[in-house]
Design a protein around this ligand. Structure first.
Ligand code: ADP
Length: 260
C-alpha cells in the first residue's frame, strides 16, 4: 500500500496581531469552528456515560429490593462508565498540557529499554489474544522526553492491539535508517482505508465510533501522539491496507540520535 505521511505541523496563528487581513479572518473562523466542534464533542462524550450512570442510580433508588446479581451487574456497568470518563478526562488534560506549549524537558532516552517495557505492557494489554513481537532493536539512544515518548509509542502500540482481532501479530521495531531513527508498530489488524488516513490525528476522529468505544478508545490518542511528535520534530507515516493491517512509523530527525 501507498505510505501516507501525516502532517504534524500546527497552523500558526498569531493572536497578538491587531490588524486582521481577510486571510487571517478565514483562519480565525476555522479556529473558532474547530473550537466549537471540540466542545460539542467533549460534551457529547461525557453525556453518554453520565446518562447511563444516572439511569442505573435512578433504578436503584426506585427498586431498593433488586436481586443481588442484578445489583452487582448494574454496579459493574456504572463502574465501566466512570472508567471511561476517567480515561477521557486524563486524555483531555494530557492534550491541554501539550497544547500549552511548555518547553519540553530533554533527556537521554534509552529506547531499547523503553521498547522492552512497552513489550511487557503490550503483552498485559493483549491478555494473550495476540502475539507481541519485538522485531528489530537498534542499540540507539535518543534525545527527547522519556515520558512523552512512552506515551506516544504506547498509544500506537495500544491501537495496534485494539484494532487487531484475536490471533493477530503486533511487531514493534526500532531501527536507524541512514542516520535517521525510526520507531514503528506493525499489526495484522483491520486496517484503515486510504481516505481516512489524513484525518486520523484529528481530535475525536474515528473510522468506526462503536469499535473505538467498545475497546476503550477516547478518540484522542493520535491527537496526543501528533503533539508529542511535533515537539520532537518527528514525522508520522501510515501504511495500511483494509482488512490486512497497518504500520505506523515515527521518523526522528538525525540530530536527535545520540552519538556514542
Ligand atoms: P481511538 O481512541 O478511537 O482509538 P485514536 O486517536 O487513537 O482514537 O485513533 C483514531 C482512529 O484511528 C481510531 O478510532 C481508528 O479508527 C483508527 N486507528 C488508529 N490506529 C489504528 C490501527 N492500528 N488499525 C486500524 N485503525 C486504527
Amino acid at each position: 500500500p501507498q505510505e501516507q505521511v501525516l502532517s504534524v505541523q500546527l497552523v500558526p496563528f498569531d493572536t497578538t496581531r491587531k490588524l486582521l487581513l481577510s486571510r487571517d479572518i478565514t483562519q480565525l473562523d476555522r479556529v473558532q469552528t474547530v473550537h466549537r466542534d471540540f466542545i460539542a464533542n467533549v460534551s457529547h462524550e461525557l453525556r453518554t456515560p453520565l446518562t447511563v450512570v444516572g439511569g442505573f442510580i435512578e433504578t436503584m433508588i426506585d427498586m431498593p429490593d433488586l436481586e443481588e446479581a442484578t445489583r452487582r451487574q448494574q454496579l459493574q456497568l456504572m463502574y465501566d462508565q466512570t472508567q471511561r470518563m476517567q480515561r477521557l478526562v486524563d486524555d483531555l488534560l494530557t492534550l491541554s498540557r501539550l497544547e500549552n506549549g511548555q518547553q519540553m524537558k530533554e533527556e537521554e532516552v534509552d529506547v531499547p529499554q523503553l521498547m522492552r517495557l512497552m513489550h511487557d505492557e503490550a503483552v498485559g494489554l493483549s491478555q494473550g489474544r495476540h502475539e507481541v513481537r519485538i522485531g528489530t532493536l537498534a542499540p540507539a539512544r535518543l534525545i527527547g522526553n522519556h515520558d512523552e515518548l512512552h506515551s506516544a509509542f504506547g498509544n500506537l502500540v495500544s491501537n495496534a492491539i485494539r484494532y487487531t482481532p484475536q490471533g493477530g501479530v503486533i511487531t514493534i521495531n526500532w531501527v536507524v535508517d541512514n542516520e535517521q531513527p525510526v520507531f514503528s508498530v506493525q499489526d495484522t489488524g483491520i486496517g484503515v482505508a486510504p481516505e481516512h488516513v489524513p484525518r486520523l490525528t484529528e481530535r475525536f476522529y474515528r473510522v468506526d465510533r462503536g469499535r473505538s468505544r467498545s475497546t476503550g478508545g477516547t478518540g484522542l490518542g493520535l491527537a496526543i501522539v501528533k503533539h508529542i511528535l511535533q515537539r520532537h520534530q518527528a514525522q508520522l507515516a501510515v501504511k495500511s491496507r483494509l482488512g490486512e493491517g497497518s504500520e505506523f512509523s515515527v521518523r526522528f530527525p538525525p540530530h536527535r540520535l545520540l552519538a556514542d
